[in-house]
Design a binder for this molecule. Structure first.
Ligand code: TEU
Ligand code: CA
Length: 521
């Protein structure tokens, strides 16, 4: 039995992100599908995750691989059917795994029936569901906003009506106008559709972008060409989030919303929790972009605590996702660092998000020019999961992207069979969290430690206690004479990133790139 807590499930949960295209294919078309997720739930139960987040599986022309939604309330045939979704949720729940789905509220596909109607002309009943504006006096775009992915204007001209429409991402992703109550009501209906189907929560795409300046004023020229999607931070978004929160909280069972707030300063992210009346959780990306360096990581941890603690806002931690190079790739391909990073991620106070494949220590795939498919250059981290060491790695057809390097030796089957693998490290870390209320929910106290080391304690009022120590250097480090040594006196190594010494008394020394979870006794 794990610890019993009265806190909502999402505070103690470890969430595992699945990019459905890349997870597991059951019909041989080279694209992963919902049946593939269902078929591999057993792996996730064995690993010990508490929840899965599914990236979009809705009907889509796939200009942005599903983040261009053409029907929010149906499954794209490439991923299966609504019945497949229901079966997946039923099996996940039966296995004790919560299901979070992606909700893309800022924009739709240009193939969505709302946009098809909107672009019919200036008098269309859905014209003002999107952001249409007359050209600037010189005939150019209405303002200087830059789209994501390429440094192009965030506006596309529509010859027929003589107006531009706004798209902060691809031209195939027109922005909805959330100042229109009909849009808000329609998107609330989407939330209800999935809540009624039993989902446990949502990952809300580009949360900070839905409320926009009614004047559509230019971005400060000194920021260009930063895309507008990374700058937009408006008061208009907050009442929208409060109404979304009210909608979710009216459902039983602690339904959760985690926002993708892509503002690269934690001080700007914190207000999206509101006064505990907006997002339940928010991603916090500055740590993801932090190099493998003790001083810089310590500063990120301190900053996160300083910004969130006064709000009683619960932190989140993430190292990898479908938009960025995997952390092992970012940390110079070094497996020792990737392992120590797993201890860091799973030892901090807050909800950790894992990205499928990081538990295998995958690197990004090297994608040859003739196989590049993503307009945002993100194919590398979306390589298919290798399930088997055999040719095809358990994929019945040629997958949509090439496999990552080392797929031959880093398949799920291989690593499952090897107790020294990084996969087993993740499993031990998840088990340690499940077994310790201190690791799940305990207070965090940072400890003075030698240069190159970050250390902290986790502790509950009832006295459950753990110490986490991460050596960011490639040298042996001794904690001698520091607060970190005093805090780790009379402890046993519960989990070590390199697997060495688990169950033995902690001596106060850490091997290069080693990180440990210590328990009293
Ligand atoms: O990402 C939003 C976002 O800001 C990222 O696109 C980021 O700027 C970029 O990936 C950096 O390379 C979300 C989704 O996570 C992403 O996959 C979508 O493409 C995007 O929204 C549009 O829906
Ligand atoms: Ca398939």
């Amino acid at each position: 039995m794990g610890p019993v807590s009265t806190e909502p499930w999402w505070k103690s949960a470890v969430v595992y992100q699945i990019y459905p295209r890349s997870f597991a294919d059951t019909n041989g078309d080279g694209v992963g599908d919902l049946a593939g997720v269902r078929a591999h739930l057993e792996h996730l139960v064995w690993l010990g995750v508490d929840a899965i987040w599914l990236s979009p599986f809705y009907r889509s022309p796939m200009a942005d691989f599903g983040y261009d939604v053409a029907d929010h309330c149906d499954v794209d045939p490439v991923f299966g059917t609504l019945d497949d979704f229901d079966a997946l949720v039923a099996d996940a729940h039966a296995s004790g795994i919560k299901v979070i789905v992606d909700w893309v509220p800022n924009h739709t596909s240009d193939h969505h029936r709302w946009f098809v109607e909107s672009r019919q002309g200036r008098t269309s009943a859905k014209r003002d569901w999107y952001v249409w504006r007359d050209p600037a006096p010189d005939g150019g775009p209405p303002n200087n906003w830059v789209a994501a992915f390429a440094p192009e204007p965030a506006w596309t001209y529509d010859e027929a009506s003589g107006q531009y429409y706004l798209h902060c991402f691809l031209p195939e992703q027109p922005d909805l106008d959330w100042s229109n109550p009909e849009v808000e009501a329609a998107m609330h209906d989407v939330l209800r559709f999935w809540l009624d189907r039993g989902v446990d929560g949502f990952r809300m795409d580009v949360t900070h972008l839905i409320g926009k300046d009614p004047e559509l004023a230019d971005d400060p020229p000194e920021y260009l060409p930063i895309p507008h999607s990374a700058l937009n931070d408006r008061p208009e978004t907050h009442p929208l989030l409060r109404r979304i929160r009210t909608l979710l909280d009216a459902y039983p069972g602690d339904r959760m919303i985690v926002g993708e707030v892509y503002l690269l300063d934690t001080a700007l992210v914190a207000p999206y929790y509101g006064d505990d009346d907006e997002l339940h959780l928010s991603f916090n990306f500055p740590p993801l972009f932090t190099p493998w360096d003790a001083t810089q990581w310590r500063a990120q941890i301190d900053k996160t605590v300083a910004e969130l603690e006064p709000l009683s806002a619960w932190p989140t931690w993430v190292l990898s996702n479908h938009d960025n190079p995997r952390h092992r790739t970012r940390y110079d391909g070094d497996e020792g660092r990737a392992r120590a990073a797993a201890v860091l991620l799973l030892g901090l106070r807050g909800t950790p998000f894992l990205y499928a494949g990081e538990e295998l220590g995958l690197l990004d795939a090297e994608v040859p020019a003739d196989r590049v498919v993503d307009p945002g250059g993100r194919d590398g981290c979306r390589a298919p999961i290798p399930w088997e060491p055999t040719l095809g790695h358990g994929w019945p057809g040629e997958p949509w992207l090439p496999f990552a390097p080392e797929a031959q030796t880093r398949s799920v089957a291989d690593e499952k069979a090897d107790p020294h693998s990084i996969l087993h490290l993740y499993r031990r870390l998840l088990a340690a969290r499940r077994g310790s209320e201190a690791l799940q929910l305990g207070a965090q106290h940072m400890l003075a430690a030698p240069e190159g080391v970050v250390a902290w304690t986790r502790q509950t009022p009832a006295g459950d206690r753990r110490v986490v120590v991460v050596n960011f250097t490639d040298a042996v480090v001794r904690l001698e004479g520091t607060e970190a040594l005093a805090a780790s006196a009379h402890t046993t190594i519960e989990v070590a990133s390199d697997g060495l010494g688990e169950g033995a008394a902690f001596t106060g020394a850490l091997a290069p790139d080693q990180a440990v979870v210590l328990r009293p006794g």
